[in-house]
Write a protein that binds this ligand. Structure first.
Ligand code: PRT
Ligand code: ZN
Length: 283
């Protein structure tokens, strides 16, 4: 059987989450900082540890079948790959920012100005789409200090918390793209059974992350009101308790509206609510 290769970031913002995701998929491998390649002992897969900038091309050229990388890097390298799954981590936005004391507040005011960035390809497309003639200054890092040094009027850089912009006296005024880590594959890789198996495992881990397992007790009189609030994978399980007229309800609820749902359940008569993390949900 063919051994697949998956490329992930060797070190940096996406490394830890990528390793965690693969481990949660039940893949056993060593994660030595020094290794560039690590075989998986219980799945026909090898993990390649690379600079994130190299991952899209490795996957496009089929040197790796799969890769985990930020959408921003994929767009910037303009590769032809298959998007297999968004992964929900490494979230950030590519934004245009200007010094706080600057009068620039609209895109059209960027005409004739210079913008420093490490994302010239994405920025160029954005400016063309918006009909702006600005000079793109491509630099390799520390973009946020370029207006202060007089190198550019504005910057185009990734933002997550906004702390870097703030501490450099910059404010964002235009969103160029939003990004998160994605699982990509070489074109056609999705036709492989092994790739499909991995995608299923990744999806079951992601689904589990988005949900919590909840067990609660309720008097039968209040059961209809409780059931009306609960989805469950198919529908909630209802189990009789030793105490007459009482039942335990088991279900899963989405993480995003968790606290609202819990307070609604309490109001509807739920007692002894126990909430547990879920490892995987296989549909
Ligand atoms: O060594 P290698 O080339 O592999 O890594 P790298 O240094 O190029 O990338 P790395 O590890 O910094 O980022 C990897 C990926 O993480 C990026 O391609 C994005 O997809 C994603 N990501 C998410 C971010 C951020 N958030 C982020 N905030 N990448 C960079 N930043 C930087 C940004 O450039 C700016 O300097 O963080 C600063 C802003 O952060 P805040 O929180 O102050 O707004
Ligand atoms: Zn990089």
């Amino acid at each position: 059987m063919k051994t697949l290769k998956i490329a992930i970031q060797k070190s940096g913002r996406l490394n830890e989450k990528s390793v965690e995701l693969l481990k949660n998929c039940g893949l056993n491998f060593e994660n030595y900082k020094s290794s560039l390649i690590s075989p998986v002992s219980n799945f026909p897969l090898e993990i390649l540890f690379l600079r994130d900038d190299d991952i899209p091309e490795y996957v496009q050229d089929g040197i790796a079948d799969l890769g985990i990388v930020g959408e921003n890097v994929i767009q910037e390298t303009e590769v032809e790959v298959s998007y297999l799954q968004k992964l929900g981590f490494g979230k950030c936005s590519l934004k245009i920012a200007v010094p706080n004391n600057n009068q620039i507040q609209q895109l059209s005011q960027l005409n004739g100005k210079s913008i420093a960035t490490t994302y010239p390809v994405i920025l160029d497309k954005f400016l063309q789409k918006n009909n702006i003639q600005a000079e793109i200054r491509t630099i390799s890092g520390s973009v946020e200090i370029s207006p202060g040094l007089g190198l550019a009027d504005a910057i185009c850089d990734l933002v997550s918390t906004g702390g870097t912009l703030k501490s450099n006296g910059l404010s964002a005024f235009a969103d160029v793209m939003s990004s998160e880590a994605v699982l990509i594959g070489s074109k056609g890789s999705e036709n492989s059974d092994l790739v499909q198996e991995l995608i299923q495992r990744v999806q079951s881990v992601l689904r589990a992350k988005e949900t919590k397992y909840v067990v609660l007790n309720v008097n039968r009189d209040n059961l209809p009101a409780i059931l009306a609030l609960l989805p469950g994978v198919k529908s909630p399980s209802v189990v009789s308790l030793a105490e007459e007229n009482w039942v335990a309800v088991h279900t899963v609820i989405p993480e995003r509206d968790f606290w609202d749902r819990i307070s609604q359940l309490k109001q509807a008569g739920a007692q002894g609510i126990v909430v547990m993390p879920i490892e995987k949900i296989i549909l």
